[in-house]
Structures are given as structure tokens and as C-alpha cells.
Design a protein around this ligand. Structure first.
Ligand SMILES: *[C@@H]1O[C@H](CO)[C@@H](O)[C@H](O)[C@H]1NC(C)=O
Ligand SMILES: *[C@@H]1O[C@H](CO)[C@@H](O)[C@H](O)[C@H]1NC(C)=O
Length: 298
């Protein structure tokens, strides 16, 4: 990992210089092909929160609704919602000291506020497991409660269609779609899944719900999120396909259901996923057809 990181630092430095030229100190950008290309190569840490805010539309919504977030927090609360959120508090990043009850500032309180506010903002969704990790990650990156709320709103309300609403129709659909993509792109793996009657949801629902948090290495997750905020949920498919394609031979060694599950766990570790820069290059081109035309416009 250290060897990778020393190489990655060089890339990060180069990208940081390019980004500061792009932003020219005024911290404003418009969506464009150039910005998209830049984002695919990674947003430097110091600009990450801002760029996520801008390209997801969260910044615009926050500016158009001053005081809205605080009003949600001051408003009346649903007891069931509050209970559900409280139950998950101690289970969210228990290994991260910043989320301990004794931490100062205590991110657990911030997380609680963001989730309670969101549950009252979007009553169709309310709260469901998985959102705690997404919101927690947003808080760690933005270090800002209100921005985390608006980014959560961008993700759940617009970018990820219906992943967290009670019926989870969007999530179910997207898992089916992934299954179909695998059938087209990596047919032998689809055939293996069929033969053993394995449902994709058993394997990939956490990939979709947690957006790879605690599944892939942190730096890789951030690079994936960079692209999700700009390009949307199609990035999840691209990453999943890249993972499966790369490890096709390894997955095909599986001879039974537990084996298949284990293989899919193992492919989320190791050099391929740690080398986040190369990994993202492979991922964003993972849906390319033979003609070189990509599905990018979809
Ligand atoms: C969470 O942990 C704290 C302290 O460790 C404890 O006081 C509290 O009761 C726990 N909450 C739940 C809902 O388990
Ligand atoms: C709530 O989330 C659902 C599902 O993602 C979305 O369709 C809806 O527009 C959201 N509503 C609000 C008020 O954000």
C-alpha cells in the first residue's frame, strides 16, 4: 500500500495543480466535458466537498433555501423515525474515534441531526439502514453539517433513484440491470450465477446501498463518489462490471454458493482495487463497445 501511495501522491500533486488552475481561486465551475474528465481523474481532497456540492446541485439548493435545514431540526419530530435513527447510531463507524460518544466535536450528534432532518425533509424515504453510512461519510468529507444534508438530498432524492424508499424499486431494478449487463459482457459469470441459482441482490446489494463504503478501500471509494456526484448511478455499474470482468477467471473457480459469495468478497480487496487511479480508468471504460463508442451519453 505504501508503495502505491507514494506513486499516487505524485498523481495527486499533479492533479492539485491542474485543479487550482481550473478553479482560479474563485471556487466556481460549470459542468463541462473538461470538468468531467478532471473529475474522473480525481478531485483533490481540499476541493472535494466544494466540487461535490456544485456538480450535484446541492450548492444551488442550499443557496435557494436558506434556513430550511435549521427549520427541519427545530420542527416537530416523528418518534418512530427518531428511534430508528438512534438505534443505528452506535453501529455507524464504531471503529472511527470521531463517531464515539466522547469525541469532540462529536460526529455522532452531527450524524443524528442530518438523518433526522433528512427523514423529515423526505417523508417517503424517512430513514433506512445504509443511509447512516452514506451520511457519516459525507460528514467526514465535508466536515459541515448542512452541506452533508444537501449532499444526502442530492444522492437520495435525485442521483440514486429510489434506492432507499420503502419498496426499494430503484435498487431492485438496478440490481437486475447489473445482472443483464453481466450476461452481455461477462456471460460465463452470469451462467455460473444461474447454475447455482444465486440472486444478484445477495452479492451486490451492499455495493449499491452503501456505495462501496467499507467494501472497497477508502481512497477508491472517494474516487467513485467523485464520479457519482457528476455522472450519477451508472458509475456503480461500471465499477461493478470492472470488478467482475477483471476477476472473471477467479470467480469461475467457484463450485457452490458459499464459494461464490466468498469470491465476490475477495475481489473487493487487493492491488487491483487499491490502485484507485488505474482502477477508475478501467471502470469508466468498462461499458465501452468494440467500436469504441461508449454509453456515456446515457
Ligand atoms: C450507544 O452507546 C452509548 C455509550 O456507549 C450508550 O450509552 C447508549 O445507550 C447506546 N445507545 C444505543 C441505542 O444502544
Ligand atoms: C424523496 O426520495 C425519493 C426517492 O429517491 C424521490 O423520488 C423524491 O423526489 C424525494 N423527495 C424529496 C422531497 O426530496
Amino acid at each position: 500500500y505504501e508503495e502505491f501511495f507514494s506513486r499516487y501522491l505524485v498523481i495527486l500533486t499533479r492533479r492539485a495543480i491542474k485543479w487550482s488552475k481550473l478553479l482560479k481561486g474563485n471556487n466556481r465551475i460549470q459542468k463541462s466535458l473538461k470538468v468531467k474528465r478532471y473529475i474522473r481523474k480525481g478531485i483533490p481532497n481540499e476541493h472535494r466537498a466544494l466540487i461535490w456540492m456544485i456538480v450535484s446541485g446541492a450548492q444551488a439548493n442550499m443557496e435557494q433555501n436558506p434556513g430550511y435545514y435549521n427549520k427541519l431540526l427545530e420542527g416537530e419530530k416523528s418518534d418512530t423515525l427518531v428511534e430508528a435513527i438512534k438505534t443505528d447510531m452506535n453501529r455507524t463507524f464504531p471503529d472511527n474515534v470521531q463517531f464515539r460518544k466522547t469525541a469532540n466535536p462529536c460526529l455522532q450528534q452531527t450524524l443524528y441531526n442530518v438523518l433526522v432532518a433528512y427523514g423529515h425533509h423526505n417523508k417517503t424515504v424517512g430513514y433506512c439502514q445504509g443511509m447512516n453510512f452514506i451520511a457519516g461519510y459525507l460528514i467526514l468529507i465535508t466536515k459541515n453539517e448542512e452541506e452533508s444534508f444537501w449532499l444526502l438530498d442530492a444522492l437520495i432524492g435525485r442521483i440514486l433513484p429510489d434506492y432507499y424508499s420503502p419498496a426499494m424499486m430503484g435498487l431492485k431494478t438496478d440490481q437486475e440491470v447489473l445482472g443483464e449487463l453481466v450476461r452481455k459482457k461477462v456471460p460465463a459469470v452470469a451462467e455460473l450465477m444461474d447454475r447455482h441459482g444465486v440472486m444478484w441482490t445477495l452479492i451486490v446489494s451492499r455495493w449499491f446501498i452503501c456505495l462501496f463504503i467499507d467494501i472497497l478501500p477508502v481512497e477508491t471509494v472517494l474516487r467513485i463518489w467523485d464520479c457519482i456526484f457528476y455522472e450519477g448511478s451508472k458509475i456503480i455499474f461500471r465499477v461493478a462490471l470492472a470488478l467482475i470482468k477483471q476477476h472473471q477467471a477467479f470467480i469461475l473457480e467457484a463450485t457452490n454458493l458459499p464459494d461464490i459469495c466468498d469470491k465476490f468478497k475477495q475481489i473487493t480487496r487487493g492491488t487491483f482495487v487499491t490502485e484507485c487511479h488505474t482502477f477508475m480508468q478501467v471502470s469508466v471504460s468498462s461499458l465501452q463497445c468494440r467500436t469504441g463508442k461508449s454509453y456515456e451519453t446515457k
